[in-house]
Design a protein around this ligand. Sequence first.
Ligand code: NAD
Length: 506
Amino acid sequence: MTVLMRPKPLDGFKVREFKMLIDGKWTAGAEGKILERSSPGHGTVVSRYEAATSVDAERAIASARKAFDDGHWPRMTGVERSRILLRAADIIDERADELAFLDCIESGKPISQAKGELGGAADIWRYAAALARDLHGETYNTLGDGTLGVVLREAIGVVSIITPWNFPFLIVSQKLPFALAAGCTAVVKPSELTSGSTLVLGEILEAAGVPAGVVNIIVGTGPEAGAPLTSHPDIDMVSFTGSTGIGRLTMANAAQTLKKVSLELGGKNPQIVFPDANLDDFIDAAVFGAYFNAGECCNAGSRLIVHRDIVDEVTSRVAALSAKVKVGDPLDPSTQVGAIITPQHLAKIVTYVKSASDNGADVAIGGSAADLGLGQFMEPTILSSVAPDMAVAREEVFGPVLSVLAFETTDDAIRIANSIDYGLSAGVWSRDFDTCLTVGRRVRAGTVWMNTFMDGASELPFGGYRQSGIGRELGRHAVEDYTETKTLNMHIGPRTGHWMPKEART
Ligand code: NAD
């Protein structure tokens, strides 16, 4: 049985009230709509936001457009923008506890994990600040005496940034600092479930010296506040992280005006383990991969693809370790798995598990919602004897549910891994160099971990193959993603190669 940490009631909690940031002013929504957010771990209202409709979205877009077309930000030097991004990183560090608390209380993630994410986010702001000074184009001095070619990188313009609820501050930090480093202006719409830390980021950017109108932040539902950001003609690029379904819709909306899109979408990520792997290390990584962020993670290692010879041993050892995972109060520093984002989402997770067991999978551990008195929680769950064609093996469950599948040969393992629509990330475990590289090269995923899982660094690009997305975030090209390329083709000296004959020209 899992270790359960009962949440303590949030007695006397002061609900935090938030406004939107448009054109440098903290403002109410035009139609007076208010959204409330309850802590998923406590069931108590913790945040209240002014909610945007299309009217507010229009104002935010107009503000970002003006700041781009007429403002100072795109015309600043890289050094100036870099200094401001570095100041922002310092203030993120100073306010990290407050931001982590908001992410914890609104998303249900454990407080210790939320603090770790804030450290990672500040590092990304610093990395983007360094890249702001290095953004450059190319020159061609090889085109002959009469020609010099210069390839410029210019900020793409106004970017809309739409983010999900599972890593509220981290994901906006994978986008916004790079857009700002390039000289873009932005309208940001966080998930309506977890907007608090992104709104505090607005205060941080003001304090760091980002001019009014450069970053506008609106809160609201997807159809009301998000959709205009994907279709408005004054938006030049949409950077979206969320579900594959809404990603598809975003791309279709953006296609009407041929906007550039960057999409970070869902995943159903395999960890492939061979009999020669270091099983002690693997078992820990399997438990971490499945239950980190309660499995509400695009990178969750939700499919174990295990060699037939060790499948029983692996299943029982992962189950034994899963029983020691601490589930419950997100505010308890020792909690490892927090609350599930909404009661509706919890019901969906339970339905996936039931359907798998109705179709022949065995529940090795867990399988049910955990009643902790307050909030909504799910027991860490392992399903064994899962067939590759079951929904639980192909679709994103987005909960602490691990499916175990068996394979016979390396080809078999790669085929199972590649047999679904997603291709975000994967893990391979073996002490054999050839095995790791063979699997690493043939699995169709944007990141392949070898003898580790879910590690990351600001320097390493991240994104998906196939229906896991389009484009890459992070890494040294992350700023370029927010630019257009412009060719300056320059002629030196008298015109050569005239089109009209000499007689006609004299
Ligand atoms: P979601 O797609 O429901 O919502 C994401 C964002 O889109 C939210 O801000 C939402 O309000 C907005 N939105 C909804 N409908 C919209 C519309 N019609 N037009 C414009 N915006 C709209 O996703 P979610 O439930 O918040 O997040 C979970 C999903 O995000 C999972 O599928 C997960 O895999 C994915 N995700 C991917 C990555 C990655 O980097 N690949 C990272 C984190 C999460």
